[in-house]
Design a protein around this ligand. Structure first.
Ligand code: UDP
Ligand code: MN
Length: 828
């Protein structure tokens, strides 16, 4: 025993040291274990969130939308709830209560989605996690409370409720099935052709630039005025710190308070490029991925490419924790009580959407992350080019303009957002002057350019582009909400190939309840004659053949126009927009044809999503007649880009545009020269390679021209017409019925002479109405007749009963000698 004690005494110091060291070691170990448990917990929670999000997404209906720019957005998904709100019939009350309940689930879901972000942050930065968690749970309680009160509360008094997308689905299946079946995107041009007047020439400054306002309203903040190289006056706010949002007296904003910015930032991760991304880039050489910019890498601002990649940053910053009870929060439908209907109606025309409601929705509300599941895991390069985001606006509603700007500020990686340029296209509203300057002065990245006279969207964008300092230009409409992770996938495409012009998926913000709605997958922009924009799903076979997933970029024949990114240098190489286009319309066709035919590509990027309010009407005034403006723009596009296919454009109701004395489409020399200089391909090539599913027959009908009464065919020999026994092998009997409505052989057209005294042959001339014949028009009684357009009352081409004459007679439906049949009809 003593020996042991002595032994212990002898080694006492060492033993004590070992013991203490072990205790310390143990303590460290336990701490580490706790941390790793936290990690595991947060990981598990994250996984749960992801799973729930998946379920949530699966449950959501994919609403097919007609989304013609400037045309009606037909979605009526939550109208039912809106119309019944507060009016109190029992059935709708019950229905609403159910929706509320489901709304609660959804809210809960979305808050947990937000938690997902917080937990990601937690993994990065442990001390902050508890704070965000408590904020979230507070919201959860709030949401639950609201659901209870909503269920039993006075509906009429309730200003707005958050509806659930899932709820809406189960509540109104008939509405959904209707919208889903709706033909996606193709709308008839609502412009009825009318005679046109002369258009004023484009006004430019002495230096050839668009004149810009030299008298900005003064702002209180440190504001630096600078004239850009182009003479554009730019107001740049120099404030460097992110100040709390100040509200203007006219538009109080109760949701954003003086609090620190919460940045939910995804941890940077480096890994391998995932399958969908590889698929997406498979049209470009693999080396492009490595080099980043391929053959054009010199032209990109970053000369030396770093190979690093990271997961798309799913940023969603807020100036203050979000109020779960706020109107329209989480992009959910908001209701207006019936007694407020009058107010809604009163303010509708300010923007042609529910302006009254919009003004109550937080300027930085959350919206559901609608990206396909894989998108958040996609990798993008570390050294993406920076972008200038350009919003042009004229008389935009205050709250939607702000929400557009905030969505960019909050959901774009700051290092990629060079600036936001607001181009005020000579708005008339006072709140868009000094109050806007003042509000934006707290955001150093926001610059305001004021045009000194109304230029229209196209030249306003040109002014914005001229002032932009970013490597990439990103154009957006001024009533959008950019979704989480919207920017990097766009810039990645430009990075991979500077001639790629990526567009986000345009989702729908309801004009009625401001809810954020999904659209169908695989949609791409197309046109129908006469250059009417629309949406159409990729053909099934194409999807299968290319083994496409819902997150792969989609080749897009025509962009919608409002939202896209483009390499700035490339934009100018392409000659930017045709500056001869006025106000609005046709510019999306112009830039789309130009991009495709001159070596670029337009893509829709499903991992980038931006909501847009589709309005039934343009809320702003057109300096000239709207219809004439748009058709004049389209005629410019047709003349420059459509080659022989321009007949199809004019032939679909735009014949009157051929009358040069009635319309002046302006000088096209520069545009035609540009096309030559760029060695752009033909429109035929475009149709075959880019838009092969487009049917574009160059003539309406062809072959023999058979007269039913005579049972003989028209023949043209030695400059005169006669009737012969039909024979398809005889060239002299073959005619075309063209889009110009000509009955044509070579360059000779059948023409009536002296009001029916006979017929003649004339050299075809598109501008001469007397050469045009209606045939197979909608009037079924005269469908087979050839009705001359030359005389006001209906006169038809008639064969003499002996087959020795051809003359004009008043149209008689049953007269077989007035009925004609071509061998092949390609179009009606
Ligand atoms: N815009 C403009 N000047 C004009 C017409 C339009 O700056 O003369 C702006 C408008 O405020 C909007 C964008 O251009 O931000 C696109 O116009 P709009 O939203 O009316 O087009 P739509 O989405 O209906 O096609
Ligand atoms: Mn728009």
């Amino acid at each position: 025993m003593m020996k042991v004690r002595r032994y212990l005494r002898g080694s006492g110091r060492v033993l004590a040291f070992v013991f203490i060291a072990s205790v310390i070691w143990l303590l460290f170990d336990m701490a580490a274990l706790r941390i790793s448990i936290n990690d595991v917990n947060s990981q598990l929670l994250k996984e749960r969130v992801i799973k729930e999000r998946e379920i949530f997404k699966q449950q959501q209906s994919r609403v097919t939308q007609l989304m013609k720019r400037g045309f009606k957005n037909p979605v009526q998904r939550v109208d039912l709830a809106v119309t019944h709100a507060g009016k109190g019939p029992l059935s709708s009350g019950v229905r609403l209560a159910q929706v509320y309940r489901q709304g609660g689930r959804k809210q809960d879901q979305m808050l947990r989605d937000n938690q997902g972000n917080s937990f990601q942050q937690q993994a990065d930065n442990l001390p902050k996690a508890d704070h965000s968690k408590s904020v979230v749970s507070e919201h959860l309680e709030g949401a639950a409370l609201q659901n209870v009160t909503s269920k039993h509360g006075d509906l009429a008094k309730k200003k707005a409720v958050n509806l659930d997308l899932n709820g809406a689905k189960s509540e109104v299946p008939e509405v959904l099935s209707h919208t889903t079946q709706a033909s996606p995107g193709i709308q008839k041009n609502k412009l009825a052709p009318l005679p046109t007047s002369r258009k004023e020439p484009v006004k430019t400054g002495d230096d050839g630039q668009i004149p810009l306002d030299k008298t900005d309203p003064k702002t209180k903040e440190k504001v630096k005025d600078e004239l850009t190289k182009t003479g554009a006056k730019v107001t740049q706010h120099q404030t460097e710190d992110a100040h709390p949002v100040k509200t203007t007296p006219t538009h109080p904003n109760k949701d954003v308070k003086e609090k620190e910015i919460n940045i939910h930032k995804e941890k940077k991760q480096v890994g391998t490029i995932e399958k969908s991304d590889l698929h997406a880039t498979k049209e470009v050489p693999k080396s492009v991925i490595k080099l980043g910019a391929g053959e054009d890498s010199k032209d990109n601002a970053t000369a030396v490419r770093k190979p690093g990649v990271h997961k798309v940053l799913s940023l969603d910053m807020t100036l203050a924790p979000r109020d779960a009870n706020a109107v329209g929060q989480f992009g959910q439908a908001a209701l207006v009580a019936s007694h407020e209907d009058a107010e809604v109606r009163k303010r509708w025309d300010e923007g042609h959407f529910n302006v009254y409601l919009s003004d109550q929705i937080p300027v930085d509300r959350a919206i559901p992350d609608t990206r396909p599941e894989t998108c958040a895991q996609n990798l993008v390069h570390d050294d993406l080019p920076s972008t200038s985001v350009i919003f042009c606006f004229v008389d935009e509603v205050w709250s939607t303009l702000l929400r557009s700007v905030h969505s960019v500020l909050n959901r774009s990686p700051p290092h990629l957002l060079k600036e936001i340029i607001l181009v005020d296209d000579f708005s008339t509203k006072d709140y868009l002057k000094e109050p806007l300057d003042e509000y934006m002065s707290q955001f150093p990245k926001v610059r305001i350019i004021r045009l000194k006279e109304r230029q229209g969207l196209i030249r306003a964008r040109l002014a914005g582009a001229a002032a932009a300092k970013g490597e990439v230009l990103t154009f957006l409409d001024s009533h959008v909400e950019c979704n989480v992770g919207w920017l990097e996938p766009l810039l990645e495409r430009v990075y991979l190939d500077r001639k790629k012009v990526p567009c986000p998926v345009i989702e729908v913000i309801s004009d009625k309840d401001l809810s954020y709605m999904l659209v169908d997958n695989f949609q791409r922009g197309i046109f129908k004659w006469p250059l009417v924009f629309g949406w159409s799903a990729l053909p099934e076979e194409y999807i299968k053949k290319n083994n496409m997933t819902i997150s792969d970029p989609i080749r897009c024949p025509v962009m919608a126009g409002g939202l896209f990114s483009i390499d700035k240098k490339y934009f100018y190489e392409l000659g930017a927009y045709d500056p001869g286009l006025d106000v609005w319309g046709g510019e999306n066709m112009e830039i789309s044809f130009k991009i495709w035919m001159c070596g670029g590509e337009i893509e829709i990027i499903p991992c980038s999503r931006v909501g847009h309010i589709f309005r039934g009407q343009n809320p702003y005034k057109f300096p000239k007649d709207r219809q004439k403006t748009v058709e004049r723009n389209l005629a410019r596009v047709a003349e420059v880009w459509l080659d022989e296919y321009k007949d199809l454009f004019y032939g679909h109701g735009y014949h009157h545009l051929l009358d040069k004395s009635a319309i002046d489409i302006g000088n096209l020399t520069e545009q035609i020269e540009l096309r030559k200089k760029l060695k752009c391909k033909s429109f035929k090539w475009y149709l075959e390679k880019v838009y092969p599913d487009m049917v574009a027959p160059l003539v309406k009908a062809e072959g023999l021209v058979f007269n039913r009464g005579l049972r003989k065919c028209l023949a043209l020999q030695k400059g005169s017409l006669s009737f012969e026994t039909c024979d398809l092998s005889k060239q002299s009997q073959l005619f075309n019925y063209t889009w110009m409505k000509h009955i044509r052989q070579q360059d000779l057209c059948v023409a009536p002479q002296d009001k029916g005294s006979g017929f003649a042959l004339q050299l075809c001339d598109n501008t001469k109405p007397e050469l045009r014949w209606f045939h197979k028009s909608s009037n079924s009684a005269l469908a087979e007749h050839l009705i001359t357009e030359f005389v006001s009352h209906h006169m038809c081409l008639e064969a003499g009963p002996q087959g020795d004459s051809l003359h004009l007679s008043p149209c008689v439906p049953n007269n077989a000698f007035q009925k004609w049949q071509f061998t092949h009809y390609h179009a009606q």
